[in-house]
Write a protein that binds this ligand. Structure first.
Ligand SMILES: Nc1ncnc2c1ncn2[C@@H]1O[C@H](COP(=O)(O)OP(=O)(O)O)[C@@H](O)[C@H]1O
Ligand SMILES: N[C@@H](CCOP(=O)(O)O)C(=O)O
Length: 307
């Protein structure tokens, strides 16, 4: 095999009270990652080269140690004694700094592509472990709540980091996502998260997060959305970064099942009530005049082509 092309989804992490734990894979937007064996060796005698096209790609480093895909590919090559030269091409469909797991789509996509190209036979958990190394470069911490759904698809919970433990539930529902035209680097947004929290906020978040899992397993989207809106810890610190968000949340709270900041923002994820979709879209458009994705929960990264 000489090349593999993978589709790697955008993801929405946290979902309110599930900071660094909950994540959802989306059908749209997505990145496409191609990795190919090459005979070229470049000036730095580096075995990996990277090119990019698409959403704001001019802002993303192509240096192997700074690009999230490069970091993951390099570590996999070291661990499996891979001596081929490779070239990675990323078609960026997810704007960086979006809150839709742009950096992690590249991490997850390259892990899946390398696994296929070199027939490594890694499990999804092992792929998630490799992919989270790339997140450390983008966000300053190897948080796995984006890479887990990007690999497993559906809804995922990172129930432990050391060792990494993921629980996965396939779910089916629609989401309406607004992507306001600002960029919020995850690294900076993580600095706003309080280092200590009052016990009552911890009790609130654990309670609401448990309620969301119960709601998923009893197919109760209404309950899931209701609890998703009640993060007492992280959302209050980040909401001021997104102009208009608090007002929009108030305006649409009865028109959707739930609404919250996606990841570290600025994307906003909502669970729409079918009969109010147009009204909610209009409110998003009037406030942010920005791209809107009406999509649904989707699969994890998958191979599009290999030859
Ligand atoms: N392959 C990549 N795709 C996207 N961003 C990358 C990539 N490699 C490095 N980065 C860096 O990661 C940061 C974007 O990640 P992040 O702030 O987590 O945004 P998002 O919420 O969209 O994932 C930017 O500084 C970007 O330059
Ligand atoms: N749990 C992380 C999730 C960041 O998601 P992203 O899509 O903004 O990268 C956080 O909230 O910092």
């Amino acid at each position: 095999m000489k090349m593999v092309k993978v589709c790697s989804p955008g993801t929405s992490a946290n979902l309110g009270p599930g900071y660094d734990v909950f994540g959802l894979a989306l059908y749209e937007p997505y990145d496409t990652i191609t990795v190919m064996k090459t005979d070229d060796s470049n000036d730095n005698d580096n075995k990996i080269t990277i090119t990019m096209e698409g959403e704001k790609c001019e802002e993303i480093p192509t240096d192997v140690d700074k690009n999230t895909a490069g970091v993951v590919a390099k570590k996999m090559m070291e661990d499996f004694d891979i001596s081929d030269n490779i070239h990675i091409h990323i078609e960026k469909g997810i704007k960086p700094g979006s809150g839709l797991g742009s950096s992690s789509a590249s991490c997850a996509g390259i892990a899946v592509a390398m696994n296929e190209l070199f027939d490594l036979k890694l499990s999804k958990l092992e792929l998630t472990q490799y992919a989270s190394l790339g997140e450390a470069v983008a966000a300053g911490a190897p948080h796995a709540d984006n890479v887990a759904p990007a690999i497993f698809g559906g809804f995922t919970m990172v129930v432990g980091y050391e060792p990494l433990e993921i629980l996965h539930t396939p779910v089916e529902f629609e989401v309406l996502v607004a992507l306001p035209n600002i960029q919020i680097p995850t690294k900076e947004a993580r600095e706003l998260v309080p280092k200590n929290i009052p016990i009552k906020d911890m009790v609130n978040n654990v309670g609401k997060a448990c309620g969301m899992v119960y709601a998923l397993h009893t197919n109760n989207i209404e309950l899931f959305g209701k609890y998703m809106m009640h993060d007492a810890v992280v959302e209050p610190c980040r909401a001021p970064l997104i102009e208009g968000y608090s007002e929009v949340k108030e305006k649409v709270k009865d028109l959707v099942y739930g609404i919250t900041i996606s990841g570290s923002g600025p994307a906003i994820i909502s669970l729409p009530k079918k009969e109010h979709i147009l009204e909610v879209k209009k409110i998003f458009k009037e406030t942010w005049n920005c791209p809107i994705y009406y999509t649904k929960v989707g699969p994890g990264a998958y191979v599009l082509e290999s030859k």
